[in-house]
Design a protein around this ligand. Structure first.
Ligand SMILES: [Zn+2]
Length: 58
């Protein structure tokens, strides 16, 4: 089963979603998206665990 992350699950109105086979791979995509679209500078451990908590198995 793939891992899916919906940006809107993390608050805001962004419709981006990321999919990957592993959490690690997905986190990389999310951090790239965050840097480009949300001016996110790096990912803290707290942020990472919040993101992981909203990742869905789909
Ligand atoms: Zn987004």
């Amino acid at each position: 089963m793939a891992k899916t992350f919906y940006c809107k699950d993390f608050g805001g109105s962004c419709n981006w979603k990321g999919r990957a086979e592993t959490v690690e791979e997905l986190l990389k995509k999310i951090s790239k998206h965050g840097a480009i679209k949300h001016n996110m500078k790096g990912m803290t451990e707290v942020m990472k665990s919040k993101i992981i908590s909203v990742i869905r198995e789909q």
